[in-house]
Design a protein. Structure first.
Length: 184
């Protein structure tokens, strides 16, 4: 008898139209409006870099940055500067938006530091400025210090990024500035 019920059930189910499977895991995070900012950063960029050390003229170089979206939630960046201070420099960054914390989050690693820099911050739509604050190794002392990164979106093809660190006497100073132009 149970064999007959199972067969009837299978025949009944086979007659039902197949519903399409969901396109995304129903438990996966969905992009929020804040994630749209990250898409503006995608693409290849030419960079002009200026390092500012106290009492010295800026050290300048140029490079490239390639940014790709990881799904619709994260932007992954690869920065390469073949001549920074006489040697090649590479860095990688990932930035996303955490809807639970209601904050942008980022991590940075590069070829000259064994430490990972983690930052969190906010975007000001009025000034088109993403400001991230976190900790990083102080380039002068090697101790953990507070850093502030300010990224300004000038237009779809131009942006800037400035990093501020504690300077002599603990007063915040600009460590470097990068001007970006979208590669055509």
């Amino acid at each position: 008898m149970s064999h007959r019920i199972a067969c009837t059930l299978l025949l009944s189910l086979s007659a039902l139209p197949l519903a399409p499977l969901p396109r995304q895991d129903p438990f996966a995070a969905r992009p929020s409006p804040e994630h749209a900012l990250l898409e503006k950063l995608a693409g290849k960029w030419s960079t002009s870099f200026a390092l500012r050390m106290p009492g010295s003229p800026p050290v300048k170089s140029s490079g490239t940055e390639v940014n790709e979206m990881l799904g619709k939630l994260w932007i992954v960046s690869r920065y390469d500067d073949p001549g920074m201070m006489g040697s090649a420099f590479s860095g990688a960054q990932i930035i996303g938006y955490d809807p639970d914390e209601k904050t942008y989050v980022g991590a940075w690693a590069d070829s000259q530091s064994a430490s990972l820099s983690l930052q969190k911050g906010t975007y000001d739509a009025a000034t088109k400025t993403l400001t991230l604050v976190g900790t990083s190794k102080d380039p002068f002392t090697g101790a953990d210090s507070t850093v502030r990164t300010v990224m300004t979106l000038v237009d779809d093809d131009h942006r800037s990024q400035v990093m501020f660190v504690p300077g002599p006497g603990g007063k915040e100073m600009e460590l470097f500035r990068i001007e970006y132009e979208r590669a055509k």
